[in-house]
Ligand binder design. Structure first.
Ligand code: GLV
Ligand code: MN
Ligand code: MN
Length: 407
């Protein structure tokens, strides 16, 4: 497997959902996502892998096992894969790299004549980024039973389309959404390969690393309410301007995160009526906060909420904060992590602040992640990158892990 082998398959996805920013628009159940799903089906068919779609819209391509006669085998699968969907104008690698690498790892194992004793299953999870419906890792969370299916069906995208409507338009049945304990029980391990979202591997001069943990993190919706009025005639003391409270909140998030030693970001905002010459009636924004441990995350949120509430009192505005998703700390299976790091010749072991379906599945099955070096360190933006040679090294590493776990 070399860089050119990787590039050949990788280029097949390059024309699905590109935007003029150099990033991608691959929202779940959009035309671009459906084209990615068609590509997945074609890859499964080309390899004679059995295609399955679960009740939550996640896709699987299954290489059935052929255990030697008499050998005990519980039939549970080794799952590998990632997601197709992107954040708005996200990079090419976050998600699709794990799916392309999984198909190439299957090719690699077949080329050497490997016969899996356990099924090897390539997975594509739905709505991992929450880029359309707001809840990240929605496909895996539904599978794990940690999101209420009724709530999921009612989630809306920025255009007002519900998840149920989007699924129906794509020919999927939203009434089936819900927990899938049998599929989890039938999984012996999950390994997600992912672009690194930082420069740790670049600094260590290593093409591939292994994840130790995912920071606890979450998303909160922030509602600021005030009173619309004329920008040219309303005296400053008479205003109830939610934009002021919002502006304070952005700075407060940053300050609380800095003081506590975590991260906080306001990357999305909507104003009503959104007119240059009118005081806003309402501002809605979303806070993303992450920290190395839950106590620090709590400290950031408590500080943020009390400072912004106090400011809203002074501005005469309303302020409400509501969680949209919360993810506790994930410590990946220590034995699996150490086994993989040793198998890869002492690959670096690193934590991440980014969320992944692997973090959701880790509560149910032994789970590991491989990271591929990203020289820019940038992610969720067009400059996210990896060399073809490093991606090929990632495929080799994933094939070694699958060989170890399934063959
Ligand atoms: C997903 O990539 C996230 O960390 O938000
Ligand atoms: Mn992402
Ligand atoms: Mn991802």
């Amino acid at each position: 497997m070399d860089g050119a082998d990787f590039r050949r398959l990788w280029d097949e996805l390059a024309n699905i959902g590109p935007a003029d920013t150099g990033g991608y628009l691959r929202f779940s159940w959009s035309d671009a996502d459906l084209a990615c799903r068609d590509w997945f089906r074609a890859q499964a068919a080309a390899r004679d892998l059995r295609l399955e779609t679960d009740r939550n819209g996640n896709l699987y391509a299954r290489w059935d096992a052929s255990p030697p006669p008499g050998e005990p085998n519980d039939g549970r699968a080794v799952l590998t894969g990632s997601h197709f969907d992107s954040v708005p104008h996200g990079g090419a690698y976050d998600g699709p790299l794990g799916i392309v690498s999984a198909f190439l790892a299957v090719d690699r194992l077949r080329a050497e004549g490997a016969e899996p004793k356990r099924p090897i299953v390539v997975a594509a999870f739905t709505e991992e980024e929450g880029g359309r419906f707001g809840v990240p890792c929605l496909g895996s969370r539904l599978m794990a039973g940690v999101v209420d299916p009724e709530r999921a069906r009612r989630l809306t995208d920025p255009g007002g389309t519900t998840l149920a409507e989007a699924m129906r338009a794509a020919g999927a049945d939203p009434d089936l959404l819900g927990p899938d304990p049998d599929r989890l029980a039938g999984t012996a391990a999950f390994v997600e390969l992912h672009i690194e979202q930082g420069r740790h591997l670049d600094e260590e001069d290593a093409p591939v690393g292994v994840a130790s943990a995912i920071w606890p993190h979450g998303r909160w919706r922030l509602d600021f309410t005030g009173e619309a009025d004329h920008a040219g005639t309303t005296r400053l003391p008479d205003r109830r301007d939610p934009m002021l409270t919002f502006a304070f909140a952005v700075l407060a998030a940053r300050k609380e995160a800095r003081l506590a030693g975590g991260l906080a970001t306001v990357g999305r905002v909507e104003a009503e009526p959104n007119a240059t010459n009118a005081i806003a009636a309402r501002v809605t924004a979303w806070l993303d906060a992450r920290a190395p441990d839950e106590a620090v995350l709590d400290e950031i949120l408590r500080g943020f909420e009390s400072k912004v509430s106090e400011r809203a009192g002074r501005d005469g505005t309303g302020f409400a904060i509501a969680p949209e998703s919360e993810t506790p700390i994930v410590e990946f299976d220590g034995a699996l992590r150490d086994r993989i790091a040793a198998l890869l010749g002492g690959a670096p072991v690193l934590p991440t602040g980014a969320g992944h379906d692997a973090g959701v599945l880790a509560a149910h099955v032994p789970t590991a992640m491989l990271f591929v070096r990203n020289p820019t360190g940038v992610s969720h933006a067009p400059r996210e990158s990896a060399t073809d040679e490093d991606c090929a090294a990632g495929v080799e590493a994933l094939a070694a892990v699958l060989r170890d776990l399934a063959c």
